[in-house]
Write a protein that binds this ligand. Sequence first.
Ligand SMILES: [Zn+2]
Length: 226
Amino acid sequence: MLRRLMLISLAVFMFIEWGPLTAERSKYGIAKGNPFIKEVVLTFDDGPRETGMQEIDAVLSSFDVKATFFLVGKFADRNSPVTLMLHRQGYEIANHTYTHPRLYQDHTAHIVRQAERCDEVLENLGIRKTRFLRPPGGHFNMEIFNAMRRMNLPLGLWSLNTADYTGRPPEEIYNIVAGSVRNGDIILMHSGTPNTVEALPRIIRELHRRGFTIVRLEDLWNGGRT
Ligand SMILES: [Zn+2]
């Protein structure tokens, strides 16, 4: 089962990874943007947390940078003032399910329900239907794939994992980005991780110094289609 899952994941990832020059990519999702355009996306998963969100906003705002937040529906509901703050500030809000389950172990109906419930919370707060779903852990299979196609909700994966959830120090988080960032990278970070907030100003300064434009996932998606 695990082997099958891995093979499917690999095949789909390769398809998405190498597909940016074809229109096909856009039907299913995005793991990386156009390799010929000097753009990257900063994504923050698992929020909104009780703490640390204002700090992320303060850093991003100080550089006038817009990021993409993959929110967990139950947290978005519980911390609705923070959810609304992110929306008001012009960040892209995307779907990270309602309870952050292992989606690849679920049946289609549950997968759809998880995505729908997250969207319902956001829509009740006046946030329009989200554009992307990121399955927890980035694991996906054909069941998830088909469910998302039915919902017309593309997968929003990533290509550069800072692994900031491991508790690694800010210096390491910075080094991972600075050492491997490429055109079109979608950078995975997490909300409520103090070391990430600490590393963030240096990361953004370095990206700007190298001439990268930091865009939202939707911008990268649209750019990749032209
Ligand atoms: Zn997550």
